[in-house]
Design a protein around this ligand. Structure first.
Ligand code: FE
Length: 462
């Protein structure tokens, strides 16, 4: 079988890995517009801040691709798909046949139509090249403005701060992280961010980026002007659906897929940021990884449990601020109960959303230890109604809602991608033998699925 994959991001590469591991001898080719091998896109803010080198964010060494029989063509994108002929046409004009095609071209930053966005000093952050360009410009700038107070915007703001710039975040919504937080949580987060030296202006529509060819500042609706020679626009993502649409593959916001990740065209699948399942474009790593696995197994004709969606879960990757949001945090409609614990001075906020006695969503700010237990309670739909009154206590330990822990080394879960380190298995690829407890892993050990450091893991109770 000849598998062709468009895109070398987290979905494309994880699908290739699944195929390579389950079908030795399969022909797998990845075509990528970018010139860099697969890297941890979520670590771009750390790369921008100079905390990680370019080599450090590359995920696999060259040899890994060779060992897995995966061919990667960098800087060679697919420019057209001809589904009837089971063929793609590359940017260099070559035609390549496939048996199964996976569209995993990801997404691009959405850039709202702002006057003056075309000037020098205005950036987006999605690729290594973007980060390099920002870094170079930042060396000559003193003030930066980040338009957009979402996860990436806040992470990038911190990076620019680390580079020594004064940073102002401008958010259109009346609060930060509107999708992941509620009013109270966002207020607490804003205080933490301001304490870290980043200025935040919410409820602020950007009317114009000022400057005479070079950005000089941002004028907000109402007339306020924020000064800054470096402007980073971080206004969400736009799935790269053009290729599919031109081939008459059905797409709305993303390429429409069913529970086997099949698109409307025969033998063409989609996964990751480019895919839309059940009306949702997830744009988060755990969804890309799950979808890639389902797509790979479906493409191989293997038995695979249908994809049913991913519980949205995001963690803010800003040093010193532990924030995770999962599931339904701002429920609409009837039948929901919200339980809160807040200590603004300590930067703590916990909100638990219950429905029928089960946790369906949570915001955890400054409460890292409960992240994994709550994720697990959401997945298992455990009835916690008998303990509900205690869930808003400061020191409530959600692990007590499980059966008593077995006397064995604990498993740990990666808060970035959902990977579970199981001491019974170890991590053979990193020469960690079976039986090695998480605590014994060397400091330099990183998540084999996304590259996160040990600090990004939380303990799971069995
Ligand atoms: Fe991970």
């Amino acid at each position: 079988m000849k598998y062709l994959i468009v895109g070398n991001g987290v979905a494309g590469v994880n699908a290739a890995k699944t195929i390579a591991e389950s079908e030795p001898g399969a022909q797998i080719a990845i075509y990528a517009a970018e010139h860099y091998p697969y890297y941890n896109r979520w670590q771009l803010p750390a790369f921008l801040a100079g905390e990680l080198s370019q080599e450090e964010i590359y995920f696999y060494p060259e040899q890994w691709y060779i060992d897995h029989g995966i061919t990667v063509k960098l800087g060679l994108a697919v420019k057209a798909i001809v589904p009837m002929a089971r063929q793609v046409i590359l940017t260099d004009g070559a035609e390549v046949r496939y048996d199964r095609l996976l569209l995993a071209a990801g997404s691009s930053p959405a850039v709202p139509p702002i006057e003056g966005a075309n000037q020098a000093g205005v950036f987006i952050l999605r690729t290594i090249d973007h980060a390099l360009a920002i870094k170079e410009y930042a060396a000559r700038a003193r003030n930066a403005i980040v338009i957009g107070g979402g996860l990436l915007g806040l992470e990038a703001a911190r990076s620019l701060r680390v580079l020594g710039l004064s940073v102002t975040v401008v958010e259109l919504f009346p609060r930060l992280l509107p999708r992941q937080l509620d009013i109270q949580g966002a207020g607490t987060l804003q205080e933490l961010i301001e304490r870290a030296g980043v200025k935040v202006i919410t409820g602020a529509a950007t009317e114009q980026i000022q400057g005479d060819g070079k950005a000089a500042g941002v004028r907000l609706k109402g007339g306020t002007v924020a000064q800054g020679e470096l402007v980073l626009i971080s206004a969400g993502i736009r799935p790269n659906t053009q290729l599919a649409k031109e081939a008459n593959i059905q797409a709305k916001r993303g390429i429409l897929v069913n529970e086997r990740m099949q698109s409307s065209a025969p033998d063409i699948y989609a996964a990751g940021d480019v895919a839309e399942f059940n009306g949702q474009v997830y744009g988060i790593i755990p969804a890309a990884i799950e979808q890639a696995r389902v797509a790979a197994l479906s493409m191989m004709g293997a038995d695979v449990a249908p994809y049913t969606g991913t519980i949205p879960s995001t963690t803010l990757k800003v040093v010193g601020i532990d924030l995770t949001s999962m599931g339904e945090v701002n429920p609409e409609g009837e039948g929901f109960t919200e339980l809160r614990f807040a200590d603004r001075a300590q930067g703590m906020y916990r909100k638990i959303v219950l429905r029928n006695g089960r946790i369906v969503g949570a915001i955890l700010l400054g409460d890292k230890k409960n992240v994994s237990p709550i994720a697990r309670l959401i997945k298992a739909q455990t009835d916690v109604s008998t303990q509900a009154s205690r869930l808003s206590e400061r020191d409530f330990d959600f692990r007590t809602l499980f059966a008593p822990a077995a006397p064995q080394a604990s498993r740990y879960e990666c808060t970035v991608c959902g990977y579970i380190y199981d001491p019974a298995k170890g991590d053979p690829e990193a020469n960690v033998p079976a039986g090695a407890p998480f605590e014994s892993l060397p400091e330099g050990w990183v998540c084999p699925q996304c590259g996160a450091s040990k600090a990004m893991f939380t303990r799971l109770e069995d």
